[in-house]
Design a protein around this ligand. Sequence first.
Ligand SMILES: [Zn+2]
Length: 270
Amino acid sequence: MPELPEVETTRRGIAPHLEGQRVSRVVVRERRLRWPIPDDLDVRLSGQRIVLVERRAKYLLINAEVGTLISHLGMSGNLRLVEVGMPAAKHEHVDIELESGLALRYTDPRRFGAMLWSQDPHNHALLLRLGPEPLTDLFDGERLFQLSRGRSMAVKPFVMDNAVVVGVGNIYATEALFAAGIDPRREAGGISRARYLKLAIEIKRILAAAIERGGTTLRDFIGGDGQPGYFQQELFVYGRAGEACKVCGTELRNVVLGQRASVFCPKCQR
Ligand SMILES: [Zn+2]
């Protein structure tokens, strides 16, 4: 599943080819994504210039002069640039053709993604209640500490809650809790301010490192497969249950929290 760093890498890969370009035509071969692609998307977008490509949480906002295309990659989606007229293979559902001769092509085998139209994207129902972006000053350990008071849920699903902070998926929550030395099963409301300050720093560090590594994949967005994939960063615990902790050698354990696998080191994390 594309996580925040992959979506940000996609934004950086496609934005230079979209911004300032006029849309000549939108070709939709399959409307049935998580929600149907609006019937009038071609009418609304064609002839407009794309002004700015933004990201909010895992949504890409392709802002035109009037209105915004909100796109989500779902479980298996990707966006890349192809030459206009390049034959479409299976699962290549949408082309947004530009006057430059390139087209933004959306591919999504599982069709859990989305392409919606909005006049006011930041107030769209999908975006309205999202917490702050993790790499901004609006997110810090003090926020984690304050929002967690009185909460009995485990700390891992707490930091993965989009209302607390967006973009902390399972990989990043698992790795950041390890780096901060916090047992993922701990009650969110019982963790000290000092430990939350450390956790927020680790979340920012690990996400920023993943985005930086994604920068090396940018050339793949033209003619490539549009899949930045999971960046080859060193994983200390995620996906390593039963293996030895890289720090202390203890066997890593797995526990299910909020329906998600949660690997941790019983010695390094308390
Ligand atoms: Zn350990």
